[in-house]
Design a protein. Structure first.
Ligand code: ZN
Length: 573
């Protein structure tokens, strides 16, 4: 499943669209009803019903359309920002495991499986204990072997383990680890026992039963994504299947069994490899975030550190689940052919069973004020990239509407400042701007660009910074603002036409702005932004002391420069 929602490098795709839409004028929105057959947004809002269950789960229902289908989401206000050192990426790992089922789904014999899972946990704890004596290079080698073994778990046998274990021992010696024969034999025995238990547990797994149940009911688009601030589970179903969905979904939000952790670690490691370790944009973004944030958890990518992924235990996963998948963080949204009265009863009955729980802990670490430019470089055989970021406040801050307009003026479309000055001029292949990585806490205003073949990264940085500087003194003209507004309007209409996207946006505003109605209020606020406010934002935040600059430096001549896309946001997990 997606760790970055999208992309979600930062803003996920949806959010990018809505952000763009925010610049739309309120009067334009009155015509927007296109979102639903011609009514105004005011009328449209009246159809939306929201309520809170006794346990604090929030429900949003939006009936519309004639097709007998519904888009259902379960939204949890938790993501990588809620992680602490040592378990980075666990929100995303948990999202994968949420599809593995519960005591009643995903198993052929839960009682027997539970005992084997407990034995696996005990053995893994022992292995983690022994590995602490190893050099760090050996530790990674050992845990990587375990992750690899579990991906081919059905083929595990004691004879087959001998070769990889012998190779591991040889590597230990080569790296300078001084493990005695007795110590290595004990480790070898633990790994063998652990691997055989993982194979035993696998035999109890009813593979993909959750997905099969949804598929049998006619469900489509079953998926999920995790970002810095949120984890969202989504599916579309025939409207007659709301109860089946509510039954399955409420079960996994109360009783998750994180089975097949070992196997899913390997899936996540592969995602990390593809999207961060061997992806130019992903690599640079990881370095950029690490440079820009010295204290706040936004400095770590959603996917998490490789070593943390290797070390997760089922206890880590369950602990995060119990702390953060609580009713106060949970929003259920259904959009489409939904009978409000029936859905209210049904969702109250199923999601109301989730026990009330204390609010989850919020990260209290604040990013200290930056006191000087920060820079980072990554060398990689790919097209060079320049990324520039400035710290800005969280989305609830009153500067947000003007910052959104500023972003659009800078980089939205082929008439934008960046495209005109950098791409059309031949300096850059692409140039973009966005805000991120998250929204709940202070974040960054980010600009990125790729140089043309005969332009150095130094030259591109100078040109990009010059354009950013110009934003302070050149307010958008009435024509420029109007153009951006028209573009936003089109974007918002497009977004809200999709039942699934509307469900996600409503839940997002309910979670991150405390009220789904902010989706519409924000449109109004953005429409009132003046040209002077736009330049004031640039002057306030675009200072050298508040700036982070990262370069991806090509370690080989680019043969055929690949254009990443214009404008682009940083890639997301
Ligand atoms: Zn994933």
């Amino acid at each position: 499943m997606d760790s970055f929602g999208r992309r979600n490098l930062s803003p996920h795709p949806l959010r990018l669209g809505i952000f763009a839409a925010l610049a739309a004028s309120w009067c334009c929105c009155a015509a927007a009803p296109a979102a639903d057959g011609g009514s105004s947004f005011d009328e449209f809002q009246k159809r939306i019903v929201s309520f809170k269950l006794e346990n604090d789960v929030r429900v949003i229902l939006c009936p519309r359309g004639d097709a007998p289908v519904i888009s259902c989401i379960t939204y949890v206000k938790t993501g990588s920002v809620d992680e602490v050192a040592g378990i980075t990426g666990i929100a995303h790992q948990l999202e994968h495991l949420a599809f593995k089922g519960t005591p009643r789904i995903g198993t052929t014999n839960y009682e027997a499986e539970r005992k084997v899972l407990a034995e696996i946990d005990a053995l893994y704890d022992k292995i983690l204990d022994r590995q602490r004596k190893l050099l760090s290079s050996s530790r990674e080698g050992l845990l990587t072997l375990l992750a690899k073994l579990s991906s081919g778990v059905a083929a595990i046998d004691p004879e087959g383990l001998k070769a990889p274990l012998a190779a591991l021992r040889a590597r230990f010696s080569k790296d300078g680890d001084r493990l005695s024969d007795a110590e290595f034999s004990e480790l070898e025995s633990l790994v063998t026992q652990w691997a055989l238990k993982v194979r035993e547990a696998e035999a109890f797994v009813a593979q993909n039963q959750y997905a099969h149940e949804i598929g049998r009911a006619g469900g489509t688009g079953l998926n999920a994504f995790t970002s810095e601030d949120r984890t969202v589970y989504l599916v579309s179903l025939p409207s007659s299947q709301l109860e089946l969905w509510a039954s399955l979904e409420s079960d996994r939000f109360m009783n998750i069994v994180p089975r097949q952790l070992e196997k899913e670690k390997q899936v996540v490691l592969e995602e990390r490899r593809m999207r961060t370790e061997t992806n130019a944009f992903g690599k640079l973004y990881e370095s950029f975030l690490g440079a820009a944030f010295k204290a706040h958890p936004y400095g770590v990518e959603v996917i998490g550190h490789r070593s943390d992924i290797l070390n997760y235990t089922r206890a880590n996963v369950e602990s995060f689940y119990r702390a953060h998948y609580v009713p106060q963080n949970t929003i259920v949204a259904v959009v489409g052919d939904v009978d409000v009265a029936k859905a209210r009863d049904l969702l109250t009955s199923y999601f109301g069973k989730i026990p009330a729980a204390p609010a989850s802990p919020e990260p209290h670490t604040a990013e200290p004020k930056q006191e000087g430019e920060r820079r980072s470089e990554v060398e990689y055989p790919a097209q060079p990239i320049v990324m520039v970021g400035f710290h800005i406040p969280e989305r609830k801050h009153p500067d947000t509407p003007a910052l959104k307009v500023l972003t659009e003026v800078a980089a939205s479309g082929r008439a934008s400042r960046f495209y005109t000055a950098l791409v059309k001029s031949g300096t850059a292949l692409s140039a973009g701007a966005s805000m991120g990585p998250g929204e709940r806490y202070p974040r960054l205003w980010i600009a990125n660009a790729e140089p043309s073949a005969d332009v150095s990264v130094e030259q591109l940085e100078d040109a990009l910074l010059a354009e950013i500087e110009k934003l302070k003194g050149a307010p958008p003209s009435p024509e420029e603002l109007a153009r951006v507004q028209a573009r936003y309007r089109m974007d918002v209409l497009r977004e809200l036409k999709s039942n699934m996207r509307l469900a996600i946006e409503l839940a997002d505003y309910e979670a991150l702005a405390d009220d789904w109605r902010e989706l519409f209020r924000e449109l109004d606020a953005v429409a009132k932004v003046t040209p002077e406010q736009v330049t004031a934002m640039a002057a306030k935040y675009f200072t050298k002391n508040n700036r982070t600059v990262s370069w991806l430096i090509s370690t080989q001549p680019a043969e055929a420069p690949a254009i990443l896309g214009v404008p682009s946001a940083p890639p997301k997990p």
